[in-house]
Design a protein around this ligand. Structure first.
Ligand SMILES: [Zn+2]
Length: 62
């Protein structure tokens, strides 16, 4: 099962077009790319959080 990226209605796997709003659904390659991008963003966010934590642990010396 998948969900329409436009209206959020549920539809069967492999559906090319949403039967509720007609929006074209992403194929598996696009979904994979989006997953990889989401992982990369997650990794960048973790790095930024780690950097911020380091800044708090090591205050700048004036
Ligand atoms: Zn839809």
């Amino acid at each position: 099962m998948g969900f329409c990226i436009n209206c959020g209605q549920q539809h069967a796997d492999g559906t090319r077009f949403c039967r509720f709003c007609g929006n074209q659904q992403p194929g598996e390659p696009l979904l994979q790319r989006l997953r990889i991008e989401a992982q990369q963003i997650h990794g960048i966010r973790l790095q930024m959080q780690a950097q911020q934590a380091n800044q708090y642990q090591q205050p700048p010396r004036w």
